[in-house]
Design a protein around this ligand. Sequence first.
Ligand SMILES: [Fe+2]
Ligand SMILES: [Fe+2]
Length: 139
Amino acid sequence: MIKMEWNDSFNTGIELIDKQHQILVRAINLLGLALERGSNKELMDAIFETLADYTATHFADEEKMFDAAGFPESEQHKHTHQIFLQRVTELKAQFDAGGDNAREVLAFLVDWLQKHILGTDRKYIPYVLGTGGQMRMAG
Ligand SMILES: [Fe+2]
Ligand SMILES: [Fe+2]
């Protein structure tokens, strides 16, 4: 089955970000498990929706954090997030319309998240850690 294994190379050292990335990985694996078990569309859709929502929350928190740290590649990074969310919206619309694309969706999510965490996200780490940028979750 399509599964994303968490390993130490994913760690950023920023507590909130690591926590959120771990939850994203878990949500992706939940979707994979639901697919594997032949779960009905309703359950798959609920997980997919939660994953999409939580991803948007994570991006917003991450952007707030690196903006506060004066990260110079902020606009580029935000653009990457935006493109990803657009793609997820498209894939979700296809899925909702009865498309048989769950496997494609999963492969895309795993590949994207892995590359993003291991590549793009690493760039802001020194800025955020350098300014002591631990952000508290609101509420
Ligand atoms: Fe990011
Ligand atoms: Fe991230």
